[in-house]
Write a protein that binds this ligand. Structure first.
Ligand code: NAD
Ligand code: IPM
Ligand code: MN
Length: 344
């Protein structure tokens, strides 16, 4: 029998609530499968910060590194200054573990309510760069708090970083039936980074002659996501555009409670990390209201990454059936998790 070792960072707000359901479904799907799972919880997030002032000490990072994968709930808390946990814990994990592919699939499952009147078939995946862009913290401010304050957040785009994520996106596009790749950027204004992305897509595209390449400015992409989302198959984009695009992508495919993601290191030199696209949702935390489906689908992405494709499919099938049967019934976080665990 094979054993998988999963580090669990449940985090803040609804993070622990949805993660508990993800783990329930993970246990259920692996029961009797010949694969066993060992989970190790890490006490990281707001509570740890309040107690010790720490966000992600080296000892925890090194311990996490030794696992096969990481499941994360959500981080961020109204009682902690904004950015402390987001940068000091979540982004530190993504950067330290070189999660350069932030994989965010968007699929409108049958029977799911969408705000779009005529959505058509929606099934695309956003390959969001995960280690560069304005997220790297290259910036600073002077004369803070004065009328002469200057605040800079510099977007860092390296040929190396752009090439590797673009190549990954092409590889995903070529493996999909429609074989279509859309670069989303803003090269009409961000001429330095934009043209690096454009040239890279052109160059890497030569190695993938069966993939059709398209380009859409990010503002227009917001239009098409609402008016014609079927035009997208694989979207490749930078870290910040990808963050924004994928919240809208979630909203049109049934809501943020359904959107799963993987922070992937395709070279497999470090454990990849799987988490819902949503945050800690302080507005509904502690009420048992959060939809754990995104966390459960993130478990499926993790299993797929670990080579357990059958188990991943069983989770997706259970989620699809649950979504189709949902209607307008209001269920608690645990009720949804129990139903999915029973169905896999
Ligand atoms: P959010 O995703 O937490 O919440 C946005 C809205 O979606 C809220 O109305 C919330 O109630 C709702 N929502 C989120 N998840 C839901 C679920 N599973 N079921 C039902 N409704 C759900 O985003 P926010 O309010 O902008 O941020 C809150 C905190 O989370 C901040 O501290 C932010 O930095 C952090 N955050 C963390 C992550 C992460 O850990 N990956 C992602 C986004 C935001
Ligand atoms: C996400 C979140 C994070 C991001 C924040 C909390 C750092 O919004 O995972 O989408 O911007 O990547
Ligand atoms: Mn986000």
């Amino acid at each position: 029998t094979r054993s998988i070792d999963v580090a669990v960072v449940a985090g803040d707000g609804i993070g622990p609530e949805v993660t508990a359901e993800g783990l329930k479904v993970l246990d259920a799907v692996l029961a009797g499968s010949g694969t066993t799972v060992r989970t190790t919880p890490f006490d990281l997030g707001a509570a740890r910060w309040h107690r010790t002032g720490e966000t992600l000490p080296d000892a925890d990072l090194e311990a996490i590194r030794g696992h096969d994968a990481i499941l994360l709930g959500a981080v961020g808390d109204p009682g902690v200054p904004s950015g402390v946990l987001e940068r000091g814990l979540l982004l530190k994990l993504r950067f330290a573990l070189d999660h350069y592919v932030n994989l965010r699939p968007s699929r409108l499952f049958p029977g799911v309510a969408t705000p779009l009147a005529a959505p058509g078939e929606v099934d695309f995946v956003v390959v969001r760069e995960g280690t560069e862009g304005p997220y790297v913290g290259n910036g600073g401010a002077i004369r803070v708090g004065t009328p002469h304050e200057v605040a800079n957040e510099v977007s860092v785009n390296t040929a190396f970083g752009v090439e590797r994520v673009v190549r990954d996106a092409f590889a995903r596009a070529t493996a999909r039936p429609r074989k279509q790749l859309t670069l989303v950027h803003k090269h009409n204004v961000l001429v330095h980074a934009g043209h690096l992305w454009r040239r890279t897509v052109e160059a890497v595209g030569a190695d993938f002659p069966d993939v059709t390449v398209d380009y859409v400015h990010v503002d227009a992409a917001m239009i098409y996501l609402v008016t014609n989302p079927s035009r997208f198959d694989v979207i490749v984009t930078d870290n910040l555009f990808g963050d924004i695009v994928t919240d809208l992508a979630a909203a049109i495919t049934g809501g943020i409670g359904l959107a799963a993601s993987g922070n992937v290191n395709p070279d497999r030199t470090t454990p990849s990390m799987f988490e819902p696209v949503h945050g800690s949702a302080p507005d509904i935390a502690g009420q048992g209201k959060a939809d754990p489906t995104a966390a459960v689908l993130s478990v499926a992405l993790m299993l797929e990454h670990l080579g357990l494709a059958d188990e991943a499919r069983r989770i997706e099938t259970a989620v699809a059936a649950d979504l189709a049967a949902r209607g307008t019934a209001v269920r608690s976080t645990a009720e949804v998790g129990d139903a999915l665990a029973a169905a896999v």
